[in-house]
Ligand binder design. Sequence first.
Ligand SMILES: [Fe+2]
Length: 365
Amino acid sequence: MSHEFFNPVRSVYGAGALSSLPKLLAGRKAVIVTFPEARQFGLVDRLQRLLGAQMAGVIDQVLPNPDVAELQALYEQFWRDGGQAEVLVAVGGGSSIDTAKALMVGTESGRFEDLVAALVAGKPFTPARVKPLIAVPTTAGTGSEVTPWATVWDRKAQRKYSLHLPETWPGIAIVDPELMLSLPASVTLQSGLDALSHALESIWNVNANAVSDTFAVAAVHEIFDALPRLMAKLDDVELRGRMALAALKAGMAFSNTRTALAHSISYEMTLRYGLPHGIACSFPLPMVLQRAMGHDVQRDAVLAQALGPLDRAPQRLAAFIEQFGVKTRFADYGVSSEQADRMVAHALTGARGRNFIGAAQSEAA
Ligand SMILES: [Fe+2]
């Protein structure tokens, strides 16, 4: 049986890596896609100084968990007025990078609803025009800088869509831990736990392979060691760098496997209970680990490499997450055990849930 690992993203990383942006643009004009607070944090000024005339514009209306209703105006304005942009540069967390992935693929008409209609119908979509993307994460967690996936929400319809096309891979990821130095504790924790979830979800995954496993195991080891230290010393650039690299490795792992049951559960927890993504996709990890164990000798071996002997691994994983004050049971979030059973059963039937190695057995049971 042969396997394949593919990731076309050129990754540039390390403290100060942002300064390579002008060279990487190679004379092309860039439109920055970022979050509203980027101006007050001085990030937009810094980019302006760095890029000078290469900076063709700034879109700074990115909101957390981008919604189709909010994206429509941004998208249509971008394709109407954004002609000078030769490259999109997304600077921010997962929401900024995911917004840029939605913007980069232009419909023939310039109307966003044509793209949404394809997402709703689950039909293939071929963009009529594409702008290349450089992704500059300012959090260590999303992994979106090295994957083609973008999560687009429709809160009105209580749904979530996954945009992923051959065209939505970023061309370049610039991972600079100096950009993460001022992140508050809450975002540092949520993004770190998101990265942990990406790594573990790529292991208990029907699409796992030896290369994704190597990235995932390294990411779990690094997160277990570096995240508690970083939470005690948020301004330590070396620890920021270790977490940035761990998140990048976790991103590389799930860029080839996609996520699985914990992320499938997370979407409902975010839509219905308002949990931030990093908490929603990490609190169920000990429960999902328990379900993952015992299905496949090889998967068990990789989980043991990542987490240590499996007999105590769920407890160890729960203790790791709970040390940060994050509870790991549904009841802690006001979800009854009947509701939780229904939610997990539903999550197992979702696109991500079906990637889980225990999904087939759960269906048969
Ligand atoms: Fe995630």
